[in-house]
Design a protein around this ligand. Structure first.
Ligand SMILES: Cc1cc2nc3c(=O)[nH]c(=O)nc-3n(C[C@H](O)[C@H](O)[C@H](O)COP(=O)(O)OP(=O)(O)OC[C@H]3O[C@@H](n4cnc5c(N)ncnc54)[C@H](O)[C@@H]3O)c2cc1C
Length: 389
């Protein structure tokens, strides 16, 4: 059993002053009032073009984000790699929808694929499809509705860009993850991504879809997608997460009068997550698993499954992943025990990653127990370092 309470290993890469700053940060985000006030002020400052960079960059940005550009992330990638923790550089600019902004996002993601190709410590690329296409177009396709000429053009451009990114990943030998967001346009994405897997995953998993296991239908989808992969002879690449948009999903379902696609309870989501992981590990020759979670029980569950199935910790077909700035106790202790671990390291200009940062702060307030856990571990390590001086 891995000891995830080992804070010496968990925070070896953080200096004393970084730990003190992290303590202050997690203390602040523990208070819903401070987070509400802070996020309102940040949204207002962004809207009014008031510069907040001086306040944000050395604090919350530094903790959760790798840098403003790929180059600026290099020291973070290097420090993590000293502890055998690899990186995934995630261009986290959100909410941009003009053709110029989508083109810029596409070019940046393509640069991140090249960056991964040239850096042995960056082991995957990643992108959010909604940075490259208007979600309304994806929704129409998912609903089987027809597109007008302009929408069809946008859709065709999107298809060719996704194909180019997957082709570049295949050529570089570093796989590419495709994030999942809202359920109402995922059907179109599932079909596109399966097409990419059929094209590029013939020998190994290059293209990965994301399954949000808070969705009631995802375990059945996994089994059906696996059958299609077996029939057509390609390897399924699957990233498993619980899902980040529960409230939005439930609210839309209630407003529009359809059955919520989300599990009714946390226990049901947990069971779905475990079932998918177990199914994946049992089919390791044809499914490659990427497990994105901060849940210690889920990590332990996967470690035990690997042990009982005789799978070596460093088997390249199983990866664990946590977000940069969170759950270092899981990432660093797993890596020290020889498992494959990669941190999602977001990057982008300060003012553009603001939505990501606000979400992180709000999530750390709302995810039950997460902030308390982070804070307790940081305090333990600060005390341990004081005692050992
Ligand atoms: C590397 C990585 C990549 C990620 N990529 C994505 C992505 O592409 N798309 C995405 O949506 N999210 C993504 N996430 C976020 C992820 O979906 C979760 O929101 C987050 O990790 C918290 O879940 P957990 O498994 O870590 O922990 P836990 O704290 O055990 O689980 C919290 C999650 O459980 C579910 N849940 C909570 N309460 C209930 C309830 N009452 N009923 C039903 N379900 C409930 C929700 O999904 C909630 O987020 C990613 C996370 C990581 C670490």
């Amino acid at each position: 059993m891995i000891n995830f309470e080992n804070t010496e290993i968990a925070f070896a890469y953080r200096s004393n002053s970084e730990l003190s700053k992290a303590k202050l940060l997690f203390k602040s985000v523990a208070s819903p009032f401070v987070v509400k006030l802070g996020s309102t002020m940040l949204k207002l400052a962004t809207f009014l073009h008031i510069p907040v960079r001086w306040a944000v960059k050395p604090t919350i940005f530094k903790h959760f984000v790798g840098g403003e550009s790929l180059k600026e992330c290099t020291p973070v990638v290097e420090i993590l790699s000293r502890y055998n923790v690899k990186s995934i550089l995630d261009y986290s600019v959100e909410g941009k929808s003009s053709p110029t902004e989508m083109e810029r996002a596409y070019n940046e993601i393509m640069s991140s694929v090249s960056f991964a190709a040239s850096n042995p410590n960056v082991v995957f690329s990643v992108f959010k499809p909604t940075g490259l296409i208007d979600v309304n177009v994806l929704t129409l396709v998912s609903e089987g509705k027809s597109l007008n000429q302009a929408q069809q053009q946008q859709y065709n451009l999107f298809l060719s860009r996704v194909d180019n990114l997957c082709a570049a990943a295949a050529q570089s030998g570093k796989p590419i993850l495709i994030d999942a967001e809202d359920s109402w346009y995922q059907k179109a994405l599932d079909e596109i991504i399966e097409g990419m897997m059929a094209k590029y995953n013939t020998n190994q998993a290059v293209v990965f879809n994301t399954l949000q296991m808070y969705r009631t239908d995802r375990f059945d989808y996994l089994k059906a997608a696996h059958k299609r992969a077996l029939d057509k002879g390609y390897v399924l690449g699957m990233k498993y997460v619980r899902g980040a948009y529960m409230e939005k999903e439930r609210e839309r379902a209630a407003r529009m009068g359809y059955v919520s696609p989300i599990c009714e309870t946390k226990a049901a989501t947990d069971k779905n997550f475990n079932d998918a992981i177990k199914y994946s590990v049992s089919n390791i020759d044809t499914i490659t698993t990427f497990c994105g979670t901060h849940n210690q029980d889920s990590v332990n569950y996967l470690v035990c499954l690997m042990e009982s199935n005789g799978i070596a910790p460093n088997d390249s077909r199983i990866y664990f992943s946590q977000l940069y700035g969170m759950s270092d106790n899981l990432s660093f202790n797993l890596a020290a025990a020889g498992y494959n671990v990669a941190k999602y390291v977001p990057y982008g200009p300060v003012k553009h990653v603001m939505p990501y940062l606000i979400r992180r702060a709000e999530e750390n307030t709302s995810v039950k127990g997460q902030t308390g856990r982070e804070l307790a571990l940081i305090k333990t390590e600060i005390r341990r370092r004081r005692r050992s001086r």
